[in-house]
Design a protein. Structure first.
Length: 136
């Protein structure tokens, strides 16, 4: 069962990060005080919600264009269609001096793909798995 975060837990994470955000295994260290959460959950909470450097404002048009171009160039360089959201986040921060949660970038990209009707991003189709059985 997924454990929900609350203000008390968020405060413990924030205190832990303020005391040792430069230390290795900082999320593992914080998880010792919050045994109901593993280090990955704590890391995600920090990187998506609690980091005071995060910008939660809507993406600007310039940022959206940068994301589109970055992913297009990235896909041309690679043989696969994987997107390195960590690298995109870093490059976006370098260009615009704004730190965005990775999920904001992913949500923008995948919702855009759905709007444009990208067949690679659509979910399972309603077509039967074996269409020829319906033709008899």
């Amino acid at each position: 069962m997924k454990k929900k975060f609350n203000a008390v837990v968020d405060s413990i994470i924030e205190q832990g990060m303020s005391k040792g955000d430069h230390l290795p295994r900082r999320f593992a260290r914080i998880s010792k005080f919050l045994p109901q959460y593993n280090p990955k959950q704590i890391r995600n909470r920090w990187r998506e919600k609690l980091d005071p450097n995060l910008c939660h404002d809507p993406l600007s048009e310039r940022e959206k264009q940068f994301i589109i171009q970055w992913i297009s160039i990235s896909k041309m360089k690679q043989k696969n269609d994987r997107i390195s959201w960590v690298c995109l986040r870093h490059d976006l921060k370098t260009k615009f001096y704004i730190t965005r949660p990775e999920n904001v970038l992913k949500n923008y990209w995948y919702s855009r793909q759905r709007r444009l009707g990208d067949p690679a991003r659509e979910g399972p189709s309603n077509k039967p798995a074996i269409p020829y059985l319906l033709n008899y």
